[in-house]
Each structure stands twice: as structure tokens, then as C-alpha cells.
Design a protein around this ligand. Structure first.
Ligand code: FUC
Length: 808
């Protein structure tokens, strides 16, 4: 019923758009800028990002992706730029970053740390313990597809949009009395990017297509296909070992296609990204396909690299890329389109959300107005955009979402667009379970499987320890050593944090087969700390060397023993491993060891300002940057439940004090973390106020990408999860799932509903509220389970059995 109403609405909206467009008057136009037409209308209610002019810069372009292939669409009228990514095209090749001097330096480093000579310890780590090379490999672009359209006169009624409900981006405009439409999507069903060019009169489509890339390579024409054969870039002296192929197959209906074209400017526009300004080579410049007077055209784009896994680059990119376009080209456009929509909506439509009214203006203007307008619909759009971005950048069998998801136009992007695991990669996956996209965590599990292998070598060679370890970053090649500098990289707890996501996936799914798969990973991560933890002078078991990411304490370094965050993460890791061993009836002795060690971890402490101490010593007031963006030690309050207002109210107050001291405003992901923390601490209005800081132009680009700045996607995912966290929270307490309804509902979201959110034990929850009060709550689970449901001061135990819905 809901679905068909939505369809009718869509049809009505579409008819309205056509009518309004026909009634518009024409206007003049620049090539890449300007506003085309006075009144573009909302294309699809609350679920579209839309604009009245093409993108000038990358952070205005619209992202599409199928988990493996990504594209940024600029939507130019005379020149279309489609910037492409394939998720295994990174710099370098398999490499071994272990520093053979590290293990020898460890005892001295530990001695210096325990003697309080932290700066000396940092210097020694820098000299002897850092990875070689000292940086990891970057994620890289495969280049652009460029289209140059024939000039047709003045342009009017221009609109471009990204419809989150079907994951299709559309560009449409009128010129010379003809309405042109471009539909573009990246389909996981057929493993290609599809571009469909149509016009409302026959014989109107004429354009030239070419490829350009900052990567080394050459383009050839194979009948109606442009074929780019390339090689990735080397980085930090790690030789480039990947080959790749990108194919652009052009199928015209009517008209003709020729393997030549003039040197048209829009085909070879300069790279806007100055970090990778390689000139277009002449051979590329001369290789084009041009289409004249077609009725419609379908363009299929595929790409593949020779990457098989982190140690094997012997794949055949040409065969893989050709397989995809060959198979897709045997299908009609309509079939590709409906398969794409079916595949995408299976994931996306699990959750519907309504937070109140939506403003009817272009998306970038909504961001500018958010703090002053009554537009809670923008928060709902931002929430669904985060789900869209995860579906587009992380599918089973693909690489996990990087610092930029899968969208990157550079050879050496900010922070190499890799996996920073001292907050960023974790934040990417915060919304996966609660917003009902559980299977999209599969790439993260696969990555942890990989780093448990490379990290076992690092554990042994770097620290003489068993199990496995990863520091604050990893990359396509699964490097696990300390990088960047001793100040940033001396943090052995990154892999442990990632394992909490695996455990959480088990708690949400209760999939015992999955638990068997991940148990060795949890055990290995725990084993490392069993071997690595050392006793300090007070008898606590602490990490040494380590640091509280990336904060400088009074001794002018980050290096410290047993920082609070480490203790919290290791406490969770040990608890999860013990619970997993119990569930699988395995390893009693090992579990007992972990239990004993866990009891000796330093406790959370409250310092003299009433704050939660970031370090074992009360250094918070003398730290060099009192408003530092990282709030590492608040891990205990979010995402972990170790500190919360119900069981540990004093510590929860200390967390609040710390948050006050740090301040609400920061960079993208750091704001995202603060919104989640205040929601978990049940301060709805504070949480909302910080959400407003995220949803402003300084922190949200016109295409709704999060600004770190520059673009970093973690803030999008953090923001998405924060909105879920305002509406619903859950944890396992004493073996039972506790579900908190509307725990931090801000006044601005006073009327609304959400359906399809998930809590642990595979329970799906629908909520509706009005005037800030819960109206109804529905629960269902495919398994037999109990739950404790809490709304304000009402507590109910409910019994769920398969396929029966419980209504509050
Ligand atoms: C962490 C942060 C930086 C940035 C980088 C990718 O190191 O401190 O701000 O987000 O990750």
C-alpha cells in the first residue's frame, strides 16, 4: 500500500516536472556554470539531492557507486565529466613494511616510557621502530570519461539530481526546443556504470567521448568501445604492480558512430584537482568516438585491475572488464535499469524515515539555511544519504569504504584515502547495523581476516608477540606497522577496535556460522595483548608504548603508557572474546586468562576538573590542545557502553565535562562523534545543536559530502548513525537486549516516524511519535527472543517469536 502510494506520488511529481519544464522560459547559459531556468522543481520529494546548475568542482558533483565502481557526475551541458574509480586501484604493490630494528629497540623504549621520558621514547621509536616506507599506499583514480555535446543553442530548465530511492542520477535540460535527459547509475546487478542519453525528438543526440587519466596508459578504439589500458602509480618507492583496464562501450540507436572526433575542449578539460595535474598525453587526446544524430544512446562503463588479494596481483583486468560490458551489452537499457533498482531497493528500502517537513529548494541552499529554516527533512535526507553512500561504497566482495568511500579524483589524495583506524574506518561502519545494512559490513570482516595475517607478522617481528596487531592505518596491501611518525603511528590498538565491529555484527545477526569465522580473529587480537601488556609500577597491565590518538600531553608528545582508550578497547576485546568462547564452548583456559588480565587493566578515572581522564595521569588540563578533535577516551561512552548514565552516572558526568572542555565545534568526523556522544548521554538538544554544526556549508559540501576539510566521508556516516542514535539505542545487559525508545529526540524532530531500524538479536523496530511523544512501537525478529523495552520511565519485557509482530 505504502509502496504504491509512493509510486503514484512519484508519477505525479514527474508529470508536474514535465508540465513546469514545458512552461519555463529560456535563459542564456555558460558551459560549466550559471543557473539554467528560473524554477526547477523538486524531482522526488524528500529523497533527492538536486541543483539548478552543473557542478563546477568535485564536491558539487554527485556520487554513484556499486561498491566496486564509483563515479562522480558533474552534469555539464556541453561537457560532461564523469570521474571514475575502481576500488582496487591503489598505488604501489605488495610490500613488507616491517622495520627489522624495531624489536631490538622495544625494551629501551619501554624503559623510557615507564621512567617518564616520553619525548626520548618518541625519538627512539621514530629512529628505530617506524615502518619502511613510513607511509602507506594511496587509493587512486582511474581517470575520467569525458563527453562533449554538440552545441544546440540556449539552454533552459536545467536540473540535475540524485534520487536516493532508486540510486539514479539524472541531468535534464532543454535546448533548441528539445528536451535532453541523461540517466546514470552504477549497478551491482550487472557490475557496470550505465549512462543513458535520450531526447524527446529523434536524431538529436550528437557528442564525442574520450578518456583521460593521470595514470600511465594508452587508449585504443575497439569498434564501438574506448579501451584504456593503464598501470597504477608507484608511491614512496614501492613499485607500481597493478595493471587496469577501463572500457567505455557506446551503443547508439539511430544515427552513426565514428572512431574520430575534433579536439573538442570539453573532452580534455584540465584536472581541477591540483594534487594530480598530469597532462593528457597526445595518444589519448587523439583517441575518441563520436556519435552523430542518434535517437538515444546507452554507454556502458566497466573497469578492473589485476588485484586478486593483498599478496597476489596476477589477475587479468582486460578479461574482467570485457566480461562485464559484454554481458551488460546483451541486455536492454530497461532491463539493466530495473535490475539495478531491484538490487538497490532491496537494501535501501528497508528503512523509511520522516523527521518532519522538508524545504522545496535545491539541496545546497537547504544546507545554507538549515540552522534558520524549519527543515528537519534535510536531516532525514542526510540520514538516507549516509545509507546510500554505504550501499554505493561497500558491498560483499568489494573493498571496505575508505576515508572517501570509493570516490577520489587524485593520485595522492588527503591522508591517501586509505583506512585510518583510530576512528575513521570505524565511524564509516557505525550506521551499518542500526540502519539495517548488516551485510555491507562483509568487506570489513574480510579486511580484518587479511590484517590478522599481515598483523601476525608485525606482532612477532615488531614486538615478539603472538596473535596479530595493526596500528593506526592500513591500506589495500594490508600493511599493519606504525606509520606517518612516532607521534601519530605508535598505537597498537587499531585492529582490536575493528574486531568490536565483528562482534557487534554477531550480536545483531546471531549468526553462529559467522561467529565461528570471526572467533580466531578475536582470539588472535586478544592473544597479542596477552603478550604485549606489561605491568606498571602500580601493578596495572598497560600498553607500552602507546598513545591516546593523536593528542599531545604536557610532555610535548603523544607517547604514554596505558591511555584510557586502550584500556577501554582491550576491555571490550577481552569481554567479547570471552563471550565468543563461551558461546562456542571453546578455550576455557584462554578465557580465564583474559578474565584475569581484564581485571588488571587500569580503571576509568575522574580528574581534578571533573573530566574523564584521557591518560592514567591527570594531564587533561595541561594538554597542548584543550579543544583537540579526537575524543579517544570517550570511546567508553560511545560507541562502547562501558560508561553510561544508567550504570555509571558519575563517569557519564565526567564524559559530559570532557565534552564541554573540548567544545562542540570541530572538523567533520569529530563533530559526528560528538553528536553521537550527546545522543548516547541522552541530551537531545545538545546533540541536535551539534548536528546543526555538521549540516552547515563549512562542514557539508553542496553534494552533502562531509568536509573534514577537505572531503572525508566518515562525518557522513557518523551523522547518519547519530540520527539513528537519537531515535533508538540498544545494548546487551546481563544476556538480555535492552531497547531504549526515543532516548534523545530533539524538539525539531517532534513529529515523525521511522521503520526498519535494527537492534541486537536481529530485532527490527518501527517507531511513530507525535509532539515528542511515542505513539507506537513495533518489534519483530526472525528468532525467538526476549527484550527489555524502555521508554522514559516505562519498562516492559517482551517476548518475540518468529514472524509475529509485537506492538507497544
Ligand atoms: C586521523 C585524524 C585526522 C584525519 C585522518 C584521516 O588521523 O586525526 O584528522 O581525519 O585521521
Amino acid at each position: 500500500m505504502k509502496l504504491s502510494l509512493r509510486l503514484i506520488n512519484l508519477l505525479l511529481a514527474f508529470t508536474l516536472v514535465v508540465v513546469v519544464i514545458t512552461a519555463q522560459e529560456s535563459r542564456g547559459v555558460d558551459m560549466f556554470a550559471g543557473s539554467y531556468g528560473r524554477e526547477s522543481t523538486v524531482p522526488n520529494g524528500d529523497l533527492s539531492l538536486w541543483y539548478r546548475r552543473p557542478a563546477n568542482v568535485w564536491t558539487e558533483a554527485l556520487p554513484i557507486g556499486n561498491g566496486r565502481l564509483g563515479a562522480m557526475i558533474f552534469g555539464g551541458v556541453e561537457g560532461e565529466r564523469i570521474q571514475l574509480n575502481e576500488d582496487t586501484l591503489w598505488g604501489g604493490g605488495p610490500y613488507d613494511p616491517i622495520n627489522p630494528e624495531a624489536l631490538g629497540a622495544l625494551p629501551e623504549v619501554r624503559r623510557l616510557v615507564f621512567e617518564g621520558k616520553y619525548k626520548e621514547a618518541e625519538n627512539l621509536i621514530q629512529a628505530k621502530m617506524m615502518s619502511k616506507p613510513i607511509k602507506q599506499m594511496p587509493y587512486q583514480t582511474i581517470g575520467d570519461l569525458r563527453l562533449a555535446f554538440a552545441k544546440t543553442g540556449e539552454v533552459s530548465n536545467y536540473r540535475r539530481d540524485l534520487n536516493l530511492d532508486n540510486a539514479i542520477s539524472t541531468v535534464t535540460y532543454e535546448s533548441g526546443g528539445v528536451r535532453f535527459t541523461r540517466e546514470m547509475f552504477a549497478t551491482a546487478a550487472d557490475n557496470v556504470i550505465v549512462i543513458r542519453l535520450t531526447a524527446d525528438r529523434k536524431g538529436q543526440i550528437s557528442f564525442a567521448a574520450a578518456m583521460q587519466s593521470p595514470q600511465a596508459g594508452s587508449v585504443n578504439v575497439d569498434e564501438n568501445t574506448l579501451v584504456f589500458d593503464g598501470k597504477n602509480g608507484s608511491f614512496m618507492d614501492v613499485p607500481a604492480k597493478l595493471r587496469f583496464q577501463t572500457r567505455v562501450q557506446i551503443k547508439n540507436e539511430g544515427g552513426e558512430i565514428n572512431p574520430s572526433c575534433k579536439d573538442e575542449k570539453p573532452l580534455f578539460a584540465e584536472y581541477t584537482n591540483i594534487r594530480s595535474p598530469k597532462p593528457v598525453t597526445e595518444s589519448i587526446r587523439r583517441t575518441c568516438l563520436s556519435v552523430k544524430n542518434a535517437d538515444s544512446v546507452t554507454i556502458l562503463v566497466s573497469a578492473a585491475t589485476s588485484y586478486k588479494n593483498f599478496a597476489d596481483v596476477s589477475g587479468d583486468p582486460a578479461a574482467k572488464a570485457k566480461l562485464a560490458t559484454d554481458a551488460a551489452s546483451r541486455k536492454t537499457y530497461d532491463r539493466l535499469r530495473s535490475a539495478h533498482i531491484g538490487d538497490y531497493q532491496r537494501l535501501f528500502r528497508r528503512v523509511a524515515i520522516d523527521l518532519g517537513p522538508s524545504s522545496n529548494i535545491p539541496t545546497d541552499e537547504r544546507v545554507k539555511n538549515f540552522a534558520t529554516a524549519n527543515d528537519p527533512g534535510l536531516a532525514a535526507l542526510y540520514f538516507q544519504y549516509g545509507r546510500y553512500l554505504l550501499i554505493a561504497s561497500s558491498r560483499p566482495g568489494t573493498q571496505p569504504a575508505t576515508l572517501q568511500g570509493i570516490w577520489n579524483d587524485a593520485m595522492d589524495p588527503p591522508w591517501n584515502s586509505k583506512y585510518t583506524i583510530n576512528i575513521n574506518t570505524e565511524m564509516n561502519y557505525w550506521p551499518a547495523e542500526p540502519t539495517n545494512l548488516s551485510e555491507l559490513t562483509e568487506p570489513l570482516t574480510a579486511l580484518v581476516e587479511d590484517i590478522s595475517k599481515t598483523g601476525a607478522i608485525t606482532a612477532r617481528k615488531q614486538y615478539g608477540a603472538g596473535g596479530w596487531v595493526t596500528h593506526h592505518n592500513t591500506d589495500l596491501w594490508r600493511a599493519t606497522g606504525p606509520i606517518d611518525s612516532a607521534y601519530y603511528g605508535t598505537w597498537p590498538t587499531g585492529g582490536a577496535w575493528l574486531t568490536t565491529h565483528l562482534w557487534e555484527h554477531y550480536e545483531y545477526s546471531r549468526d553462529v556460522k559467522y561467529l565461528r569465522r570471526i572467533y580466531p580473529l578475536l582470539k588472535g587480537a586478544s592473544q597479542f595483548f596477552v603478550d604485549f601488556l606489561v605491568s606498571d609500577k602500580n601493578g596495572y597491565l598497560v600498553t607500552n608504548p602507546s598513545m591516546s590518538p593523536e593528542n599531545r600531553h604536557q610532555f610535548d608528545t603523544s607517547i604514554a603508557p596505558g591511555p584510557t582508550m586502550d584500556n577501554q578497547i582491550i576491555r571490550d576485546l577481552f569481554a567479547n572474546t570471552i563471550a565468543a568462547a563461551e558461546a562456542l564452548k571453546l578455550d576455557h583456559e584462554f578465557a580465564a586468562t583474559l578474565q584475569a588480565k581484564k581485571a588488571k587493566l587500569p580503571p576509568n578515572k575522574i580528574g581534578k576538573a571533573g573530566q574523564l581522564q584521557e591518560w592514567m595521569e591527570d594531564w587533561d588540563l595541561t594538554a597542548k590542545d584543550p579543544r583537540h578533535r579526537h575524543v579517544s577516551h570517550l570511546y567508553g561512552a560511545f560507541p562502547s557502553w562501558q560508561i553510561n548514565s544508567i550504570d555509571t552516572p558519575e563517569l557519564a558526568n565526567a564524559v559530559k565535562r570532557t565534552l564541554d572542555m573540548r567544545g562542540d565545534d570541530s572538523t567533520g568526523w569529530a563533530i559526528g562523534w560528538r553528536v553521537n556522544l550527546w545522543a548516547r548521554l541522552r541530551d537531545a538538544e545538545r546533540s541536535y545543536k551539534i548536528l546543526e554544526l555538521l549540516l552547515r556549508p563549512e562542514r557539508t559540501y553542496p553534494n552533502l559530502f562531509d568536509a573534514h576539510p577537505p572531503f572525508q566521508i566518515d562525518g557522513n556516516f557518523g551523522g547518519t548513525n547519530a540520527i539513528a542514535e537519537m531515535l533508538l539505542q540498544n545494548r546487551i545487559k546481563d544476556g538480555t537486549v535492552e531497547i531504549y525508545l526515543l532516548p534523545a529526540l530533539p524538539k525539531k524532530f517532534a513529529n515523525g516516524s521511522v521503520s526498519g531500524l535494527k537492534v541486537r538479536n536481529n530485532i527490527t523496530v518501527d517507531l511513530a511519535w507525535s509532539d515528542g511523544k511515542l505513539m507506537s512501537a513495533k518489534f519483530r525478529s526472525p528468532m525467538k527472543t526476549k527484550a527489555k523495552v524502555i521508554y522514559d520511565d516505562v519498562v516492559k519485557m517482551i517476548d518475540l517469536s518468529p514472524n509475529k509482530e509485537y506492538t507497544w
